[in-house]
Design a protein around this ligand. Structure first.
Ligand code: BGC
Length: 398
């Protein structure tokens, strides 16, 4: 669908009418080309476009779907891992930049295992000792992060090819489905997963997750986009100002598994209740910061009810690009890109250095299956797991 925005010229009365007629003629194509001055138009083709992104080692073609809204905001998603590959968002002067880390083509994602932009499942973040007990039975998972299982195991949802369905319109969307078979990466039950990305008119990128199972299981789905609001590859995120709607964290042990305690952020470097630059306290002498080599912690969100609520806001003071995160989830993992070390070369070959991006992963708490006091991540036959998160892009004059 075509959406033409005609900038008003500010003319009045008769001149205004004539101007309007000329513009109408021009828009309807009735003017002789070259004879009339072109009207000042800004046109953004809203909808969804598909292109080939690359081939899997077995020859299967993988696609890139580019969603565009009337503001010209663009989000590109591949059905490999359901990954957000790029997000073009405007700065305070309307200048677009790609604000997420990623690669130019599928090969980049196949050659280097990162979680850039990926859908994470079945279980976002860590499960301690790579095992959990459910209905009296112990389930063993692949240990892919020291003794623990991280982000769904050795071959999580981030490395699967999803089935894609295009949803055209002014608020274009992409529906992705995946069947995770009983026993995949150690988890019980056939799990049907459906994730719908929608690019909204107000520059929100909505991610709507659904999952069902045929056996008792656990689930914790999230998206692992790495944001840099100054533009990917454009320095570190230490000046990005962050606010998190949270009073408490779930502290971790040396292997980054929650101890089970809940700690107040009061008087600690983890206090983002007032907007604070990410770099302000990141190097303080604090055991939790040392374990993560920077911020890598689950925040317990302040919530009023079960609906979509504002969880965090981040802005880049220089460009004015601002990200708001809304979610239905009880927690958010704030990770400050500590393990990036410049060895990964992303789009255009640029090296992604330490803390060159941050993640705000909306989730249930890490290792919940081993912590009965945490909000449950169990899913039973007949129930539907549902979570909604919106990454909304705005600008600020601050
Ligand atoms: C984890 C980090 C991990 C990163 C990349 C985050 O969700 O909390 O510890 O390094 O993902 O895998």
């Amino acid at each position: 669908m075509k959406n033409n925005i005609i900038k008003e010229s500010g003319t009045k009365g008769l001149f205004g009418l004539i101007g309007l007629l000329v513009m109408l003629l021009a828009v309807t194509g009735a003017c002789t080309p070259g004879k009339q001055p072109a009207p000042e138009t800004e046109s953004h083709e809203t909808g969804i476009k598909r292109s080939v992104f690359g081939k899997m080692p077995d020859g299967q073609e993988v696609h890139l779907y580019t969603l565009t809204n009337a503001n010209g905001m663009q989000v590109a998603i591949t059905n490999y891992g359901g990954r957000i590959v790029s997000i073009l968002a405007p700065d305070r002067n309307g200048k677009m930049a790609d604000v997420v880390l990623g690669f130019d083509n599928l090969q980049g994602y196949l050659d280097t295992h990162t979680y850039f932009g990926a859908l994470i499942g079945r279980y976002g973040n860590r499960i301690g000792g790579a095992k959990f007990t459910l209905d009296g039975k112990v389930y063993h998972l692949p240990a892919n992060n020291g003794p623990n299982s991280l982000h769904g195991g050795t071959k999580g949802f981030d490395q699967r090819v999803w089935t894609a369905k295009e949803i055209p319109g002014d608020e274009p969307g992409l529906e992705l489905t995946y069947l995770s078979k009983d026993g995949e990466e150690g988890y019980p039950g056939d799990m049907h997963v459906k994730v719908v990305y929608t690019l909204e008119k107000d520059n929100g990128l909505k991610i709507d997750y659904n999952a069902t199972t045929d056996k008792d299981t656990v689930v914790n789905l999230t998206n692992h986009s790495y944001f840099n609001l100054a533009g990917e590859g454009n320095g570190n995120i230490l000046n990005t100002v962050l606010w998190i709607n949270s009073d408490e964290i779930t502290p971790v042990d040396a292997t980054q598994i929650p101890t089970g305690k809940i700690e107040k952020v009061d008087g600690t470097p983890f206090d983002f209740r007032k907007p604070t630059p990410i770099g302000a306290h990141i190097n303080e002498d604090n055991q939790q910061l040392k374990y993560g080599q920077g911020y890598d912690i689950n925040y317990i969100l302040n919530r009023k009810g079960p609906g979509l609520e504002l969880a965090a806001r981040a802005y880049d003071p220089e460009s004015g690009r601002e990200l708001e995160v809304y979610t239905t989830e009880p927690g958010i993992q704030f990770y400050s890109g500590n393990f990036l070390d410049g060895t990964i070369h992303g789009k255009g070959g640029v090296a992604y250095g330490k803390r060159s991006a941050f993640c705000l992963e909306t989730q249930h708490y890490p290792d919940s299956p081993n912590h009965p006091s945490f909000p449950t991540t169990e899913l039973k036959p007949g129930q539907t797991f549902h979570q909604v998160t919106v990454f909304k892009f705005t600008t600020t004059s601050k």
